[in-house]
Design a binder for this molecule. Structure first.
Ligand code: DLL
Length: 433
């Protein structure tokens, strides 16, 4: 049974009517209140009254990250600041952060989206949920806290870091649900092993992870190491934070909270909408946000949409696991490579740990991919010949499966920095033009 079957199991006609009404309201709202959008709509020759069907979405202009940066921090706010009760921000590796703004209603709706996600993962009021996402401006910590509080379970807001303490509390409190990034879940599993603790004997039974791309192979690795069932939440600061989409018992894609977010897939180059089922860039329009509604926001995340019956009973459209971001896509000698392709391949190699970094360099005119991956302790101890053999094996797999040549460096155990939040897996050293 879903958390909210009225909205999670809506019939097609009812859903489309609901979405169209909300889309119209949103366009009217931003047209009246946000000068940037009024200008953009004028330039596109669209007025709020032109939105008569969901297909009219395609007439609306896109919003990109730079639009938010250009109006940093509050320039796109659609309500008086007196109505804004919270600000979040994404760290943003370059330049200014992106700010998320919330009215009291926005916070409540966000908590509702997160409660649906956690419920779907199997979290119930008698669970003890350890929220090891970073607290503060990052939306992960408070987003999970609010959703879990709404659901009614016991929240332990540890935030990220202090891994040993994290593990001690997990054992002492009898934590049953762990929430953090997948890479931090791995860090926790590894640290516990170093402390000679068997997490599998703890009460932990579920994990709800997100905030960074991870493969199915990585999910299984985490499930196995922690002795849990792992679920997933997807979201982004621009749409309010975690809770845009979530996995269900079918473990086959993520349901999008479609009454709050209208999804499309476009070709990232031509920006033409792609037919259902085709892979491309996910574009989202918020349908119920008050402080910071965004239309046709280009997420840069690569996925595809599927409208199909799900064994869980939800009718919410599904998106595939995000395979990467357009800005993480490496073009190596003309071949498009996503870090996730390398990740799933590495996780199939028994001699290495799931800890890797991809370095891209320019050598003359050619791009060069260097895969740094940690060898298991036994491999490291088996000597240089064994290490060279494993390196060659991985390079051969990369050539066969991805179609590019790569230099593989087997790193000594524990030399790749462990993540406490979003892992940095790609270091692009090519000069920017
Ligand atoms: O990462 C919100 C979040 C927190 C989601 C906790 C899930 C759990 P940002 O910092 O703005 O917000 O980063 C958003 O992270 O565009 C994706 O590229 C990536 N991302 C988020 N969830 C997933 C996921 C939060 N489940 C960006 N799979 C997004 C793959 C994800 N990538």
């Amino acid at each position: 049974m879903p958390w909210d079957d009225k909205f999670e199991c809506m019939g097609e006609e009812e859903r489309e009517r609901f979405q169209l009404e909300r889309l119209r309201d949103t366009v009217r709202w931003i047209h009246e209140r946000v000068p940037f959008y009024r200008r953009r709509l004028q330039e596109a020759g669209v007025s709020p009254d032109d939105i008569r069907s969901l297909d009219d979405l395609h007439r609306l202009p896109f919003t990109v990250k730079n639009d938010l940066r250009d109006h940093y921090p509050f320039g796109l706010c659609a309500v008086p600041m007196a109505d804004v009760v919270r600000v979040h921000a994404s760290s943003g590796t370059t330049g200014k952060p992106i700010t998320g703004l919330y009215t009291a209603k926005d916070l409540d709706r966000w908590a509702e989206c997160m409660a649906r996600a956690l419920w779907s993962a199997g979290v119930r009021p008698d669970d003890i949920l350890q929220d090891a996402h970073g607290y503060g401006l990052f939306t992960g910590g408070l987003g999970f806290l609010q959703g879990a509080t709404k659901l009614g379970c016991t929240v332990v807001p540890t935030s990220s870091g202090q891994t040993e303490r994290q593990i001690m509390l997990m054992r002492d409190f009898g934590t049953t649900v762990l929430c953090c990034t997948p890479s931090y879940a791995l860090t926790i599993a590894e640290r516990a092993q170093e402390m000679d603790l068997e997490v599998r004997s703890f009460r932990l039974r579920l994990g709800v992870f997100g905030a960074e791309p991870w493969t199915v192979a990585m999910r299984q690795e985490i499930e196995q190491r922690l002795g849990i069932e792992a679920h997933e939440v997807y979201g982004l600061t621009e749409m309010g934070g975690p809770g845009t989409a979530f996995s269900c018992e079918a473990q086959d894609g993520l349901h999008i909270n479609e009454d709050h977010f209208l999804p499309e897939i476009v070709d990232p180059v031509s920006l033409e909408p792609l037919p259902m089922g085709e892979r491309g860039e996910l574009v989202l329009t918020s349908l119920q946000k008050e402080a910071l509604p965004l239309i046709r926001f280009r997420t840069r995340d690569i996925t595809r949409l599927r409208r199909e019956p799900c064994p869980c009973g939800r009718t919410l459209i599904k998106m595939d696991k995000v395979s990467g971001r357009t800005d993480d896509m490496l073009i190596i000698s003309g071949v498009n490579v996503f870090p996730s392709q390398i990740e799933s391949l590495l996780l199939d190699i028994p001699e290495v740990e799931p800890q890797y970094v991809l370095v891209v360099r320019k050598k003359g005119y050619l791009d060069q991919l260097i895969v740094q991956v940690e060898g298991k302790k036994e491999v490291y101890e088996a000597g240089s010949e064994k290490r060279a053999e494993v390196e060659q094996k991985i390079a051969r797999h990369i050539r066969e499966i991805v179609g590019i040549g790569a230099q593989v460096h087997l790193m000594d155990p524990k030399t790749i920095a462990r993540s406490e939040g979003k892992a940095k897996r790609v270091i692009d050293e090519r000069p920017k033009d």
